[in-house]
Structures are given as C-alpha cells and as structure tokens.
Design a protein around this ligand. Structure first.
Ligand code: M6R
Length: 605
C-alpha cells in the first residue's frame, strides 16, 4: 500500500526522504516520488519514477538540495503504475504538491468538473484532483486552502501538502488513512507508518480521522478539518529502529519466523497470574460481571488474522464454553449482520489499519456494539477505534507474509480464552494446565525451528508441485487454511485447504500422485479419524506430508511437532509449514518479502 514520508528542518532532505521511503518499501508499491524545497528557494523540485525506490534514487540529480520535502510510494488504484501517475502531483503553476494515501470516491465527478473549468490533468490518479482543488481554493492561508479543498472530497485520505509560497511548513490531514507526526530537535517528520520515523525520533503524535496538522521545523499544531484546535500529546514508540533491520537474515520472513520464541515470550510476559490460575489483560476493561453476560463471541479479521481468529474462536468455545466463531471482516461488513448487544465483537489485525476490519468496527460501533481489538501495532486505527483490547506484542512485522504475528495472535487468543474461562466455568486445574502449556511454547518453538534443514529438503520436492491440498479437522482446519495461504502467497503455487472431514464430499476426486496433500494430524481425540483420511489418500496413490505429534505410517514424510495441551496445539503446528512455504518460495526464486500484487497493510477496499 502507499506510503508517505515528509521532513522539515535543517538537514539535507532528499537522502532523509529516500531512506524513509526505503523503510516503507515493505508495504508494497509500484512507483515512488519526492518533492523538495527550502526557505530560500523560490519553487519546488520534483523527481518521480515507476519501479523501486532505487530507480527513483538513480534519477535524483546531484544538485537536488533542500531542507523541506514530502515523498511517496504508490500502490496503483486509479491508473497504471507509471512516472506520470506516481505521486507527488503538482498543479499547473508547479506550486502545490500533494502526496496521498487512500481513495477519493468522487474523483471522476470532481475531475469532470475541474476539466470543464479548464484544468488540464497530467495523470489518471484520483489524487490529482486534490492538488487542483487546493490550487484553486480562495483563501489566504495554506491551511484554509487545504481545508476548503477537503470540503469537496468524499473518500479516504492521508495527505501531505507542500506549497512553494508557504515553504516554512507542511500541512497534513487524515481521514481513514494513517498520518503520524514525528517530533525531533528543531526538526519534524511526518509519515504514514512509524517505520519511516523511528531511526530519527520515537516521539510521535498520531492524528485522528478528521484531524489536520501544520508542521514547521520547531513547532506543530493540530486542529480539526473545521478549524478548531485539538490537543495531541506525543507518545513514545516502543519499537527500536533496529527491530526493522534484517538482523543477519537474508529475508524479513526468515528473520520473523525465527523471532517467534521471543515474540511469544513477550505476549505472555507479565500477564500470567499463578495465584488464581488465570491471566491479567490490562487493556480489556471487562469485569467479571460483564464477562459473565457475554453470550457469544464474534471474531472479525482478514487473511492470516482471520485464520488466527478461527483458532481463537475454538479456544474460546473450548475453554470458556461461550459460542464463538470467526468471519472475514470483508464479508461481515457488507451483509447487514444482526448486531447483538450480548455478543462480544473482536476485531483482529496485525497492522491495525486494514480497511475492511476498520469499516466493520465502525459499523458495529455505530450500531452500539462493544468491540475489542486484538492488534499488533500500538496506536493504530483499529486499536484506537476499539473500546478495549489486547496487544499481541509481536514487534514490527515487515514481511508482507505474516508469520510471527499469526503465532502471537493465537497466543493472545489463548490468553483471552483462559481469562474468560476462569471467570466462567474453567476449573483451577484446567487453568493451571493451560498456563503450563503456554509456558512451554517458547522452548517448543525453538525445538521446532531446529528442524529447518529437514523442511528445506522437503521444500525442494514441493517446489515442483503445480498445486497442493491442505487438510485438517476441527483444531487442524484453521492451521491447514493458514498453511495453504502462506504457500500460495509466497511461492505462487496453487493451494487449497479443506476440512479433512469433507474429503469424501468432493476433494477426493483430485487425489493423484501429482497432487501432494499436507495433513495436520494432532494427537488428540480425532487422531483415528485423521488417520482414516490419510488411508483414503494413500489408497489413491496420493503423496502425503503429515504434520503430527508422532510418525504417521501412511504419510510419505512426517514432520514431528512437540506436543502441547490439545487446545494449544494449533499454535505450534503452523510453524513448520511457515518454513515449508518459505523454502519452497526460495527454491522457486520468489521475491519472498514482497510477493507480487500484495501489500503489507491493505488500507483501501
Ligand atoms: O494487518 P492485518 O492483520 O489486518 O492484515 C490482514 C491480511 O491482509 C493479512 O493477514 C494478509 O493475509 C497477509 N499477507 C497474510 O500473510
């Protein structure tokens, strides 16, 4: 998705902005651009390029100096990736420059109106209308011109505006797309993601929807789009700049897979209460009285977060005996669902910015529902919009393909399930049993990751497959779904996940030697049922890789995973399959951290 970075201060701005853009590369993009000026300059200097930030860098002339600027990485929505469509967009006089994240819903209407008034458009983007509206606004101050332009806009935006006649400031505005100010010593930053700022400052102010800000080198002020002042106190970003580095690994995906033991340790830290065999979840704001009144739990998320939510729903049903289910937020928000006051709605999102999840949360809140967030990024839109919630503390996840956040989110759900269970009918001994299981996880993850070489060998074989089937039953089914998603998004091999119980109802017709099946076979009450499925596949000459707690005789290969408590087994069983997806993609020479067509946070519909 698009990224914004801006700076105003005394330093040479172009290298700073290019570095900021590089730190946003992980979000996915197809073109980039930068515009700069300085207090003594009379105009703006701009460079744009289709392709990578390094392509942009190659075009930056030697004498491209200034101390104020804004820059952008674009992910095409209106108009193909090209130099012309890359941001920033300038008005005809070359005085107003705008970078924009989000989508302007009434762009064609505004474009037609402006064209009829004689404006010549240089790009196919929706963003360019904002530039022309600002240029044509009749007001003295830049802030008022931006405000006037935004009055015509319907849709979502995070924008940064630079004006040649007001080169002591950058004006920014937010509606549905993140904008964060970074406060330095006599210098200020702006970005759509703290990743672009943390190597310079960890003091940030996150704008709310409907808020604008003016940043100058030594000052900032925030106000609403109507013009009333707002008070925004800076907070400190927890994540260190180094957590965004590759740390000796070849890819972020590999690094993040190998960070999982530490990440799980973090999500557990300080939360376990041995005295009452439960957990404390500080941000939950749900007392025992309210918790007992919850009659259903509905979990909403997209992609990997939805899969973590499916695992969470099962844990809540098992441990707290509250009916629970998960649904893709992207579907939920469009189906006019019945919103029930006794249901606890849980929005799950690593980034906290996924538009479909945010829109579902807003719709639920409008209908009076109570919404909890299970989120990784502190202060993100969903975290702020939710009434309460749990942070998953996985640390920054840079690879587009989510791994450690999936694992930490499932652990966060285990904590929530245990908490609700112990308020309701989960016994002290079961509480103790689950706590002991949770404590074992980091060491078991380490043990699992030691099998990397074995999995790497298997991946060489799987890299030749055209398609793969993933099956699991009950607890194993969300694991199969997540493993199938991992494989397809990073290796581009077609993969399909099915409940093992459904084999006979159709997918068995696909089984043949060329279609490998990955089967999740936990050592639980359904072991024999799962073994029967393996028999059925073997009888049709299907090749099987089992992920199990002991060797499976019908499988061609078994990856043996350490056994935990039945309820917690899904947390561990996905990990070898993350490695399988990784090494398969590596064998196929894929761009592991930035799979084609995908973005890290999907902040548009
Ligand atoms: O940031 P979120 O957790 O809300 O993102 C949701 C999905 O877009 C995300 O999980 C996506 O499916 C990943 N690429 C999976 O690896």
């Amino acid at each position: 998705m698009c990224g914004i970075v801006g700076y105003i201060g005394k330093r040479d701005v172009a290298p700073l902005l290019l570095e900021g853009l590089q730190r946003l590369e992980y979000r996915g993009y197809d073109s980039a651009g930068v515009v700069i000026t300085s207090p003594k300059a009379t105009g703006l200097k701009m460079v744009k390029a289709k392709g990578r930030v390094r392509d942009l860098e190659a075009r930056v002339p030697k004498r491209f100096t200034g101390t104020t600027g804004i820059a952008h990485t674009r992910w095409a929505t209106h108009g193909a990736p090209s130099d012309e469509n890359a941001h920033p967009h300038l008005d005809a006089a070359g005085k107003v420059a705008v970078v924009h994240n989000g989508i302007i819903d009434n762009a064609s209407e505004l474009r037609a109106k402006l064209t009829a008034e004689g404006v010549e458009f240089l790009s196919e983007t929706d963003t360019e209308v904002i530039t022309h509206l600002i240029a044509r606004a009749d007001a003295e101050k830049l802030e008022d011109r931006v405000r006037e332009a935004l009055r015509h806009i319907e849709g979502t935006y995070g924008i940064a505006v630079l004006h040649a006649d007001f080169n002591d400031r950058i004006v920014v505005a937010r509606n549905g797309s993140p904008v964060v100010l970074g406060i330095g010593e006599k210098e200020m930053f702006v970005a759509s993601d703290v990743a672009a700022l943390v190597s310079h400052t960890r003091q940030v102010v996150t704008l709310d929807d409907g808020e604008m800000a003016t940043i100058k080198a030594d000052d900032y002020r925030t106000y609403t789009t109507e013009g009333s002042r707002t008070t925004a106190s800076p907070t400190t970003v927890e994540w260190e700049a180094e957590s965004y580095d590759m740390g000796g690994h070849d890819t972020y995906m590999h690094k993040e897979i190998f960070e999982q033991a530490d990440a799980v340790d973090r999500v557990l830290r300080g939360r376990i209460d041995d005295r009452f065999s439960t957990v404390h979840l500080g941000g939950l704001n749900l007392d025992a009285h309210d918790a007992r009144k919850v009659r259903r739990v509905k979990i909403l998320g997209c992609g990997t977060s939805y899969h973590a939510g499916m695992i969470g729903a099962q844990m809540i049903e098992e441990l707290a005996r509250i009916p629970a289910d998960a649904e893709p937020a992207s579907e939920f928000r469009y189906r006019n669902a019945v919103v029930d006051p006794d249901t606890l709605y849980v929005a799950v999102s690593q980034s906290g910015e996924t538009y479909d999840v945010l829109a579902a949360v807003q719709e639920l809140k409008r209908k009076g529902a109570r919404v909890f967030g299970v989120v990784n990024v502190v202060g993100s839109a969903i975290a702020r919009e939710a009434d309460a919630g749990v942070y998953v503390h996985a640390g920054p996840e840079v690879c587009v393909v989510s791994t450690k956040c999936f694992t930490n989110t499932t652990v966060a759900f285990a904590l929530l399930a245990l908490h609700l269970g112990r308020i309701r009918d989960l016994s002290v001994s079961d509480g103790k049993r689950i706590i002991a299981g949770l404590r074992q996880l980091p060491a078991q993850i380490e043990e699992m990751l030691e099998r990397e070489d074995e999995i790497k060998k298997l991946a060489q074989e799987f890299a030749e497959a055209k398609s793969m089937l993933f099956i699991g039953r009950v607890r194993g089914y969300p694991v199969a779904r997540e493993a199938s998603l991992k494989l397809k998004e990073v290796s581009y091999i077609h993969a399909e996940a099915y409940p093992a119980s459904e084999l006979k109802h159709g997918p068995l017709a696909l089984i043949e030697p060329a279609l490998p099946t990955v089967a999740i076979v936990p050592d639980d009450d359904l072991l024999e049922k799962n073994r029967a499925a393996l028999e059925e596949i073997k009888a049709r000459s299907g090749k099987i890789l089992a992920v199990a707690h002991r060797e499976q005789e019908k499988a061609d290969h078994t990856i043996v995973v350490p056994k935990n408590e039945n309820e917690l087994d899904p947390i561990l069983m996905g990990i070898p399959l993350q490695l399988l997806a990784y090494h398969t993609a590596l064998a196929l020479g894929r761009d592991i951290d930035k799979p084609r067509n995908l973005a890290k946070s999907v902040t548009v519909e």
